[in-house]
Write a protein that binds this ligand. Structure first.
Ligand code: NAD
Length: 352
């Protein structure tokens, strides 16, 4: 397994491989950039097939956090961690306490929150060994409602540009992962704004209930969401949903949703553009959650500040889409370039 030569290494500042045989912990903590402040990003626990797969995941996610945090103009850097889920029974509290010890050894270069497979209660276990954790139950709470608000505002910005409409009344929106933490909040915002909703999820019962509540149509086969004749596709479930086997099926004019890493590969952004589909770069539109978590780092980042930041998210997204349109270039490329430019500037400013 190569590290420095890894295609996603991208000059990570630090990577810690942490093992604790007593608890079964095998974790990788990746600090991509601290140019703007301590790296902040979630900890994911997943049944990885190999340590190579875990390394690839953490490197991509960690770079993504740097891009997300700098595009939202937050005074933090980007990092992420993964825990290879132990096989069989394990002591969860002890595992996360061991993760906390590994985190502590980075002396604050990286602050962890929760991600897929990790709960606020796990962060409480980690907290026994380190103070460098956020996303605690008595902290800012579930970030999903704020992520959903940001995605909703981002969809408004996309609809203004892609459909030339000032509001969402009658706009047809297909939501994947509709009953999820972000999806459900987003659907309620969209329904309230008068959108016509097509909803799917792999959880059939909550899906039926949500659709009834909102007067939305259910797309029973989750895989059929790509074929829906709608204006907007909002991926709010998994990553890599825009890929060679789905892209040709899309009938929408806009792809804008909460999921991380929506494009299977970066060239999918160009493929969307060539099909006349406007794409909202995921790490720009879904930054509401990390914006909200800032409240746990500093009391200045209160609800009013969060609301202001969401307005900035909407205008930044609009500017990226406008630049992409005027230069006939993919929006994800414009966002990546801007993020890298800002990261270089921040690194220079830190070194000065
Ligand atoms: P979640 O697990 O609560 O929701 C995901 C939903 O997708 C679930 O209801 C699940 O049943 C559904 N789903 C899974 N596979 C599916 C499939 N094949 N087809 C249709 N539905 C499927 O997660 P979440 O916290 O709502 O996050 C959703 C996405 O947004 C993730 O990609 C996450 O990384 C990203 N995100 C979340 C936040 C946040 O604040 N929670 C912030 C930024 C990005």
């Amino acid at each position: 397994m190569s590290v420095f030569e890894h295609p996603a290494f991208d000059d990570h500042e630090k990577i810690l491989f942490a093992a604790d045989p007593e608890t079964g912990l095998k974790a990788i903590l990746a600090v991509h950039s601290t140019a703007r402040g301590p790296a902040v990003g979630g900890c994911r626990m997943w049944s990885y097939a190999s340590s190579a797969e875990a390394l690839t995941d953490v490197l991509r996610l960690s770079q993504g956090m740097s891009y997300k945090n700098i595009m939202a103009d937050l005074p933090i850097g980007g990092g992420k961690s993964v825990i290879m889920r132990p096989e069989g029974e394990f002591d969860r509290e002890a595992l996360f306490e061991a993760f906390g010890r590994a985190l502590e050894s980075l002396n604050g270069a990286y602050i962890s929150a929760e991600d897929v497979g990790v709960s606020p209660a796990d962060m409480v276990s980690a907290r026994r060994a380190t103070r460098h954790v956020v996303g605690l139950p008595d902290g800012t709470g579930d970030p999903s409602p704020v992520t959903a608000r940001g995605v909703f505002m981002g969809i408004q910005a996309c609809v203004e540009r892609g459909l030339g409409k000032a509001d969402l009344n009658g706009v047809r929106i297909a939501v994947q992962g509709a009953t999820g933490h972000v999806g459900a909040y987003l659907c309620r915002h969209l329904a309230e704004a008068g959108a016509e909703l097509f909803l799917t999820d792999i959880k059939a019962d909550p899906l039926e209930a949500l659709a009834r509540e909102l007067g939305a149509q259910v797309v029973t086969d989750p895989n059929a969401i790509y074929d829906v004749d709608a204006d907007v596709f909002a991926p709010c479930a998994l990553g890599a949903v825009i890929n060679p086997s789905t892209i040709g099926r899309l009938k929408v004019k806009i792809v804008a949703g909460a999921a991380n890493n929506q494009l299977e590969t970066r060239d999918m952004g160009k493929a969307l553009m060539e099909r006349g589909i406007l794409y909202a770069p995921d790490y720009v539109i879904n930054a509401g959650g990390i914006i909200n978590v800032m409240g746990e780092l500093d009391a200045r980042f209160d609800a009013k500040w969060v609301s202001g930041k969401l307005e900035t998210l909407k205008s930044t997204l609009g500017e990226i889409i406008d630049t992409a349109a005027s230069q006939s270039r993919p929006a994800n490329q414009i966002a990546d370039e801007l993020a890298r430019e800002r990261l270089s500037e921040a690194a220079l400013a830190k070194a000065a």
